[in-house]
Design a protein. Structure first.
Length: 417
């Protein structure tokens, strides 16, 4: 397969590599590539000024062999079916790698949520959720937050679904507020997982996490808390960015102060006192020990991979490294801790949330964090061991494990009819 740079191309190249390594036949490879269901819905929205705006929404259930579909919902202007298919495929391998009983899904609406009022966002979310009612449910497909969505979005989806089914259904979404069946520890879970994966990779190479410098692209739900946790653990977070640009201080930033700055109403990290401004592309090429892309996919490509100076990339985002960039990074000796491992903490605690919802019995934050650490450390150890045994990159090993488990589930279940 030729190397491409779209998210779907990248996902297909990664699957093809794993399929080759596992010796899967062409039929199984096709079965694993094709999304099980792809739905495109029209999302008509009455704006506050009375105008009608018709948006396009998607939900892709990539694979259901290991359990109900699981994956986030994204509100972003560049969301399209190609992107959602890729993100859904990565969810399938991620859930399998993390050892949790889910298939993979993803959804989204092509929209800039910041251009909508709170009321418009609520009406849009509820209409989209209503279109998905026949598809989603605690035993069928369980959405969660992603780029441009949050706890409140999940509460609206849960409420809309519950209104349609006639009873309160906590387990239909995860990443909910605590007041409606959310889990302690979910908000920080992806970022904690990023930290756990990063520290495991550093320690394995004899590096002390407290000695490393880090640059983080994306200062949203994943990036901001990753900055916070890494800073608290002693790392020097020298640069962070958002869609408007980045800030840099070689002596280290104070993520707590930056988060407070945004909470007080600033709409970007750019201009934060005591920092220099830098662009997103400059951030990706900084001379740091660890780079954490935590924004969108495809930011490291064949064009800029050669200029990456970080020794390690820990993928907080899904698909930030295009397939064509992977061999360039490997050649340079850059260790890539891949998305399906590094950001698997989010879906791990989503799984815990769903388990708690189904049992209507809730855990403490310490219990959640302890079990998250167990799952992350187990997945990291399995990937690292296979990579060492077979001379694979961490990404290839992670895919071999994830894809292999899904293929095994298909073989065990057999084909209907
Ligand atoms: N939220 C989760 O639990 C979770 C779990 C696993 C993986 N992820 C992945 O992590 C990534 C970030 O998700 P999030 O939930 O933090 O989203 P978010 O919407 O909370 O934050 C996204 C951040 O990226 C920035 N951004 C957007 N477009 C950008 C661009 N073109 N260049 C630079 N920065 C840009 C935004 O300004 C914001 O700071 C995504 O790839 C998502 O799929 C999220």
């Amino acid at each position: 397969m030729s190397l491409g740079s779209s998210p779907w191309d990248t996902a297909c190249v990664q699957l093809a590599d794993a399929a080759r390594h596992l010796g899967l036949d062409e039929g199984m490879h096709d079965l694993l590539r094709m999304p099980r269901r792809s739905v495109t819905v029209s999302v008509p929205l009455r704006r506050d000024d009375g105008q009608l705006l018709v948006l396009t929404g998607y939900r892709v259930q990539h694979n259901l062999a290991r359990g109900p579909a699981k994956g986030g919902i994204r509100f972003h202007p560049s969301t399209d079916l190609d992107e959602v298919k890729a993100l859904a495929m990565w969810m399938t391998w991620k859930c399998a790698l993390m050892g949790i009983p889910y298939g993979g899904a993803k959804g989204g609406i092509a929209v800039e949520p910041k251009m909508l009022s709170d009321q418009e966002r609520e009406r849009m979310t509820r209409r989209y959720a209503a279109e998905l009612v026949p598809l989603i449910g605690p035993e069928k497909d369980i959405p969660a937050p992603d780029v441009g969505t949050d706890e409140q979005t999940m509460a609206w989806i849960m409420d809309t679904y519950s209104a349609h089914t006639g009873h309160t259904s906590h387990g239909v979404v995860t990443g909910k507020p605590l007041s409606v069946g959310g889990s302690a520890g979910r908000a920080g879970a992806t970022s904690r997982g990023v930290q756990l994966a990063m520290f495991a990779a550093l320690r394995e190479r004899g590096l002390d996490p407290a000695d490393v410098s880090v640059a983080i692209q994306g200062f949203g739900k994943v990036g901001a808390l990753a900055a916070q946790y890494l800073h608290d653990a002693g790392c020097r977070v020298v640069a962070v960015s958002d869609v408007k640009g980045g800030v840099y201080n070689p002596r280290g930033l104070n993520p707590t102060a930056l988060i407070r700055h945004l909470a007080r109403g600033a709409d970007t990290v750019v201009g934060f006192p005591g920092t220099d401004t830098l662009s997103n592309s400059e951030l990706l090429e900084l001379d740091v020990d660890v780079l954490v892309p935590a924004a969108l996919e495809g930011v490291i490509t064949a064009e800029n991979a050669g200029r990456v100076r970080a020794r390690m990339i820990v993928e907080g985002a899904n698909g930030p490294v295009a397939a064509e960039a992977d061999p360039i990074l490997a050649e340079k000796g850059v260790v890539v801790v891949p998305d399906i491992l590094a950001n698997g903490g989010g879906v791990a605690v989503s799984y815990f949330e769903w388990v708690q919802d189904l049992q209507a019995y809730f855990w403490t934050e310490d219990q959640v964090n302890e079990r998250l650490a167990e799952l992350m450390e187990r997945a990291y150890a399995q990937v690292s061991r296979l990579a060492a045994e077979r001379g694979l990159t961490l990404r290839a090993a992670a895919h071999v494990i994830g894809v292999g488990r899904v293929a095994e589930a298909h073989r065990t279940r057999g084909l209907y009819p």
